[in-house]
Design a protein. Structure first.
Length: 341
């Protein structure tokens, strides 16, 4: 069984030969460990390859470099910690008076996409030769609005239902459709969404406002993905317990969330078997501060509670520069001593 079939089987509850493995490594981690990290990654098979293209953060080194940077939308970022993402300090639409005449960078994206398409096709071809499952792109709706407007102002707009906010959303969604259409032309298996919706204890906005404003936006994009026969992956940091049923209703196949801040058993009791859990072992506590044995115990608990009915779990974690090399090795090995239920 190759990686591609293994991931499909996990997503579709069809008894993979083992739990698929996925690992995200931040640039800061690569900067810190260099060849030692490269050797670990070469020695351990991972099943998912996530590709990025023009305008994606992983495609643009400036997002991770010290200093200031104007993104293609016109917002200015500041970064004081190389290797991790900085922050928008000067949003392009800090005043709605600037919305008049503002256009999303769709044409520029499409031009750069055409220039980079041969390279992307080559990456996809190489991944196919290795039998990998391929995720293409990364769509952020809520976060893109924050980058355009500023987080504090956007929260006020959401609470008050400001009319110009919906005009800004329309502009943003036009771009997202062009972006998504470009990726759906490629030979990929799934598309990823990434919006951080939770604090450590609750959602950032009320579930009602989320369903009223944001769920229709996700549905608009996700229906296009489903129609194309691709899988949907969704990432969100924080406590998002109240969003799981909404993501399930939207047809999300796999959710990457901080299940440890919500409670593995609590999440499993409500949602195991209804959606695939795309990780993760805690990157707040276990990975940076635990031992390799702690990492293994976490993986065992996730297997026990989240793998049901022949699937529903992908062994994913994100490792930052604060994670010891021995724990990076452990998180890659923790899933391999188990061959299914």
């Amino acid at each position: 069984m190759d990686s591609r079939e293994r991931v499909f089987r996990a997503l579709e509850f069809r008894n993979p030969d083992r739990i698929p493995i996925d690992l995200w490594t931040l640039p800061a981690t690569k900067n810190k460990y260099g060849k030692e990290l490269e050797d670990i990654l070469l020695a351990h098979e991972r099943d998912i390859i996530s590709l990025v293209g023009p305008f994606d953060m992983g495609f643009t080194p400036a997002y991770y470099q010290r200093g200031t940077f104007m993104d293609p939308w016109g917002s200015v970022w500041t970064n004081i910690n190389p290797g991790v993402i900085g922050e928008v300090k000067n949003p392009v639409i800090d005043d709605y008076g600037k919305l008049s005449g503002y256009c999303a960078p769709t044409e520029k994206f499409l031009a750069e996409w055409e220039q980079n398409k041969p390279n992307l096709k080559n990456q996809i071809s190489c991944a196919r030769e290795k039998g990998k499952f391929i995720i293409g792109g990364w769509i952020s709706v809520f976060e893109r609005l924050q980058f355009l407007r500023g987080t504090e102002e956007l929260f006020c707009d959401i609470a008050l239902g400001e009319t110009p906010m919906f005009q800004m959303i329309e502009i943003m969604m036009g771009y997202m459709h062009a972006y998504l259409d470009s990726w759906l032309e490629m030979d990929i298996d799934g598309v990823a969404f990434g919006d951080d919706w939770g604090t450590q204890i609750s959602l950032l906005i009320s579930p009602g406002r989320w369903k009223e404003i944001f769920k229709p936006l996700y549905r608009e994009l996700m229906e296009k993905i489903k129609k194309a026969g691709k899988k949907i992956f969704f990432h969100s940091d924080g406590y998002i317990f109240d969003l799981y049923p909404e993501l399930i209703d939207l047809g999300v196949d796999a959710v990457n969330s901080q299940i440890w801040c919500m409670g593995v058993e609590k999440v499993a009791d409500a949602y195991a078997g209804k959606i695939t859990f795309w990780g993760e072992i805690s990157r707040q506590n276990t990975l940076p501060a635990g031992t390799p044995e702690d990492v293994k115990k976490s993986a065992d608990m996730m297997k026990k509670y989240l793998y049901v009915n022949g699937g529903g779990l992908i062994g994913q974690s994100e490792v930052g520069g604060d994670v010891p090399l021995e724990n990076i090795t452990a998180v890659l090995e923790a899933w391999n001593d188990w061959g299914g239920k």
